[in-house]
Design a protein around this ligand. Structure first.
Ligand code: 2PG
Ligand code: MG
Length: 412
C-alpha cells in the first residue's frame, strides 16, 4: 500500500500543437505516474468537456488549490481518487474542473501504483490472470476534420491485420499497407505531396469511393485478400456531415446530400463492397434507430458507436436496449476519469458489446492506453500507424509482448 505524496501539473502541447495539461502523481516520494491529456477534433456533443471555459490553466489552478485533498490517498484507490475529483465537480461532463484533469489524475495515480507494486499498468487495472492483445486498428487514409480541403468527407479509412497470430505480425502488416498506399497514391497522382492528416493517415485529394479503392489496391498489391489477412474499416464520423436544419448528411467535398434513409444505404453499400470489419459512426450521434438497422443487417461487422456513445455508461445502456451497436469506442477522456471508463468497459463486456480502445486525434507520446486496451479486454486498439505519438502506443505493445501474462490475439 502506497500513499500519494505529491500531485503537480504543468502546461504542455499535444500532437496538434494545442495546449494541454500533464499531471505528475508521486507515491511515497518516488513512484512517479505521469500523464499528458489528449484531445479530439471530432468531438461528441455529450462527451466530457476537456477544460473549464477551454482553459487548461484553469484546470491546473483548480488542482493546485485542491492538491491537499489527494495527498495521503492510496495511489491504487481509483474509486477514492475519482470520488475526490467528483467532490470538486458534480457536473455530468466535468465542466467545472475539465475532463482532461480527471483523465490525467486518475491514470497517473494508477501508473504510480503500478510502479510501486513493480507490475505493468495493465495488471494493476485488472484482476484477471491472463490477457490477450487487441488487434491494432490503424488509420491509413484521412479526411473530414482531420485533413484539409479536397480530401474525402469520411474521416478515416483503417486497416486491421485480422489474420495475424502475433502482435508483431499485426503491427508489421499495418505498417506495410500504410507504406504501400503511399506508392499507390504517388502512381495515381504524380503531384501527391505525401501530406498526412492529424493521425498520420495519408491525406490525398480524392473523393470517398476513390479513397476506398486505392486502399483496397494497396492491400492487393501486397498479396492480401480482404477478409483473410487484412480487413478495412471506416470511421464515417457522420456527425460532422449531419446538418440539423436540413435534416440531411451534407457531403460538401464530394458534392451530394443524403437523407437519413440514403445514408443508411450509402454506409451499407460501402460495408458490403469493401467487406468492412469495422464501421464507426455511420450515422449521426443521435440516430440510435438508424444504427440499429445497420447492426441488424451486419452481424459480422463491428458496428461501432463513438460520438453516438461517448464512453458514457447511461448512453451505452440506452444503446444496448435499442440494439444500436455491437461494438463501442472507449476513449477515457470522453468519459473523464479512468474510473468512469472502466465502469463503462464492464457494462460493455457484460453485454457482449465489443470494445475498441482508442486514441484521440490530438495525442501525447504517452502509451498508457495500450495497457488500458489490454486490461479492458478490448478487441481492437485504435491508435494510428505512424507519427511519434501513434508509434509510441504500438511500441509499448511490442515491449509488452515480452510479458508472459499476455498470450495471443483477441478473438474479434
Ligand atoms: C475519432 C477520433 C480518433 P477525434 O473520431 O474516432 O480517431 O478522432 O479524436 O478527433 O475525435
Ligand atoms: Mg470516431
Amino acid at each position: 500500500m502506497t500513499k500519494i505524496s505529491s500531485i503537480e501539473g504543468r502546461i504542455l502541447y499535444n500532437s496538434r500543437g494545442s495546449k494541454t495539461i500533464e499531471i505528475d502523481v508521486k507515491s511515497e516520494g518516488k513512484f512517479l505516474g505521469r500523464v499528458c491529456a489528449p484531445s479530439g477534433a471530432s468531438v461528441g456533443k455529450y462527451e466530457a468537456v476537456s477544460f473549464p471555459n477551454g482553459s487548461p490553466e484553469e484546470s491546473l489552478r483548480i488542482l493546485q488549490e485542491n492538491s491537499q485533498k489527494f495527498i495521503g490517498l492510496e495511489s491504487s484507490d481509483l474509486k477514492g481518487i475519482h470520488d475526490t475529483l467528483k467532490s470538486l465537480d458534480n457536473s455530468t461532463n466535468y465542466s467545472k474542473i475539465g475532463g482532461a484533469l480527471a483523465f490525467a489524475v486518475t491514470i497517473a495515480s494508477m501508473e504510480s501504483a503500478s510502479k510501486a507494486a513493480d507490475e505493468p499498468l495493465f495488471k494493476t487495472l485488472s484482476s484477471e490472470s491472463s490477457f490477450k492483445f487487441p488487434f491494432p486498428l490503424g488509420n491509413i487514409l484521412g479526411g473530414g476534420v482531420h485533413a484539409g480541403p479536397g480530401t474525402p468527407d469520411i474521416q478515416e479509412i483503417l486497416i486491421c491485420a485480422i489474420g495475424s497470430k502475433t502482435i508483431e505480425d499485426a503491427i508489421e502488416i499495418n505498417l506495410s499497407v500504410h507504406k504501400e498506399l503511399r506508392h499507390v497514391l504517388e502512381k495515381a497522382d504524380p503531384n501527391f505531396t505525401n501530406g498526412r492528416g492529424d493521425e498520420g493517415g495519408w491525406a490525398p485529394k480524392l473523393e470517398n469511393q476513390k479513397a476506398l479503392e486505392v486502399s483496397v489496391k494497396a492491400c492487393e498489391n501486397l498479396g492480401f485478400t480482404l477478409g483473410k489477412e487484412v480487413s478495412l474499416g471506416v470511421d464515417f464520423a457522420s456527425s460532422t456531415q449531419w446538418n440539423e436544419e436540413k435534416q440531411k448528411y451534407v457531403y460538401d467535398r464530394a458534392g451530394f446530400e443524403n437523407s437519413t434513409g440514403e445514408q443508411i444505404d450509402f454506409a451499407a453499400n460501402i460495408i458490403e463492397k469493401y467487406k468492412l470489419i469495422f464501421v464507426e459512426d455511420a450515422v449521426h450521434e443521435e440516430a440510435f434507430e438508424d444504427m440499429a438497422e445497420l447492426t441488424a443487417k451486419f452481424p459480422n461487422t463491428l458496428i461501432t458507436g463513438d460520438d453516438l456513445i461517448v464512453t458514457n455508461k447511461e448512453i451505452l445502456t440506452k444503446a444496448i436496449g435499442s440494439k444500436s451497436c455491437n461494438a463501442v469506442i472507449l476513449k477515457v477522456n470522453q468519459a473523464g476519469s479512468l474510473y468512469d471508463a472502466l465502469e463503462f468497459a464492464n457494462i460493455a463486456n457484460q453485454n457482449n458489446i465489443k470494445l475498441i480502445t482508442s486514441h484521440r486525434s490530438g495525442e501525447s507520446i504517452d502509451s498508457q492506453i495500450s495497457h488500458i486496451g489490454i486490461a479492458t479486454r478490448s478487441k481492437m486498439l485504435k491508435v494510428g500507424i505512424v507519427g511519434g505519438e501513434r508509434i509510441a502506443k504500438l511500441n509499448e505493445l511490442l515491449r509488452l509482448s515480452e510479458h508472459d501474462l499476455i498470450r495471443g490475439m483477441a478473438e474479434i
